[in-house]
Write a protein that binds this ligand. Structure first.
Ligand SMILES: Cc1cc2nc3c(=O)[nH]c(=O)nc-3n(C[C@H](O)[C@H](O)[C@H](O)COP(=O)(O)OP(=O)(O)OC[C@H]3O[C@@H](n4cnc5c(N)ncnc54)[C@H](O)[C@@H]3O)c2cc1C
Length: 373
């Protein structure tokens, strides 16, 4: 059977692939989004939902700028998706706090934020280090262990499952083709001419975007690309709904649009092990209770673990293949935060056929030491 042809194929229906596919469709490209089955690793269904800027890009100000640009695109993305799908993404961007539970933590944080501001140069980086007395007026029920926090105006949070659902719904309602149970198992590549094989048939297009999360590590070399990504486990706990209203998210405690409190999240190097670990869950709960003692009164109603998609330096990877122009790759460990940039900034670059120079530092060539030397 001849392959189904389109203007673009996106491999991976998680947050990264769905945001890019939606962006491509919005630019008028006939786009096919190929996704794996239900047993896939899916960071997009297990994350914390922060649209988070303040800790991104120490020593890499280009990442800080890209992240902040994405946070800036978020209101338009949420409004557009909300209007098209009727789904409420519960986006709030009131700024966010990183709580410090000891003086050394506060001092470390202050040094980090000062460095980020100096690295930002003319681009600027607004932040405040806030002491506990003032912080107590901003965040109800703060515990006595909290000595202060860093705060930036750029941070926020969103319902991540609503985001994923909205991207898929908007994409398909606009005529995009979402094909589930279509794990890419093989294919051929030539400049601006790609063909992939899946259990759901063969597909061909002059553009292809590898956005398969951890699956990109295997897929990339077939298209003249490189994605040295590894899994990093994170665990999250969710409480029953609370009456207390937290007016802003913190790095590890946030209140969802429904009123539940999410507590998280860990950073564990355990390979592809998605089991939950009670000692880690206990640490997450303990830090949450030290931050907000009233959380101890709430029942935990859900808990899970999921795998982040991490590059060796923790930064995103964006590339176009030198060998096979038309093949692009996108990987990141903050796919919620970067959804605004992926849908509204990266997708138009892919349509035009070249990545903007602002993305050059994100090329995987940065890991190619002999080549770089
Ligand atoms: C615990 C935790 C907390 C997090 N918190 C936040 C947060 O607060 N804010 C934030 O911005 N980010 C957060 N993240 C990160 C965010 O969830 C990820 O960056 C994002 O989900 C990555 O999306 P993805 O589409 O690249 O990967 P995935 O969600 O893993 O999706 C990849 C998709 O590709 C498909 N696939 C794989 N191989 C193939 C193949 N060969 N053929 C076809 N399809 C394939 C899979 O089926 C899957 O659907 C968190 C992650 C974790 C684990």
């Amino acid at each position: 059977m001849p392959p189904r042809t389109s203007d673009a194929i996106v491999i991976g229906g998680g947050l990264v692939g769905a945001a890019i596919a939606w962006g491509l469709r919005g630019q008028g490209l006939e786009t096919v989004l190929l996704d794996e089955g239900d047993i896939a690793f899916r960071a997009s269904r297990g994350n914390f939902g922060l649209v988070w800027v303040q800790s991104k890009g120490l020593g890499a100000p280009w990442y800080q700028r890209w992240t902040r640009g994405s946070a800036g695109e978020w209101p338009a993305l949420a409004a557009d998706l909300g209007a098209r799908t009727g789904l409420d993404l519960a986006l709030q961007q009131p700024g966010g706090a990183h709580l410090c539970l000891s003086e050394p933590e506060f001092e470390d944080r202050a040094a980090r934020m000062a460095r980020m501001q100096s690295e930002a140069g003319n681009h600027g980086f607004d932040y405040r280090m806030i002491r506990a007395k003032e912080l107590r007026e901003m965040l109800p029920g703060l515990g006595p262990s909290v000595v202060g926090a860093s705060w930036t105006p750029y941070d926020g949070h969103v319902g991540p499952l609503a985001l994923l659902q909205a991207l898929h719904r908007a994409f398909t309602e606009a005529g995009g083709a979402y094909i589930p149970d279509a794990r890419v198992t093989g294919g051929t590549a030539a400049p601006n001419d790609f063909r992939v094989e899946t259990a759901a048939g063969a597909f061909a297009a002059p553009r292809i975007v590898l956005a398969a999360g951890l699956g990109n590590a295997d897929l990339a070399p077939r298209f003249g690309l490189d994605a040295p990504v590894r899994p990093q486990r994170g665990q999250i706990l969710v409480t029953e709904r609370a009456r207390t209203i937290l007016p802003m998210p913190t790095t590890t405690v946030r209140q969802t649009g429904e009123g539940t409190i999410m507590l998280g999240d860990s950073m564990e190097e355990v390979g592809f092990d998605t089991r939950q670990a009670p000692p880690v869950m206990a640490q997450i709960a303990q830090r949450a209770v030290l931050s907000f003692p009233w959380i101890a009164e709430l029942n935990i109603v859900r808990a899970w673990s999921a795998l982040r998609v991490m590059a060796p330096d923790g930064l995103p990877i964006y590339d176009q293949s030198d060998r096979y122009p038309g093949a692009f790759i996108a990987n990141c460990h903050s796919g919620v935060t970067l959804a605004g940039a992926h849908a509204r900034l990266l997708a138009p670059m892919i349509v035009q056929g070249s990545l903007d120079p602002v993305l050059a530092p994100f090329s995987a060539k940065r890991f190619d030491v002999p080549h770089a030397a």
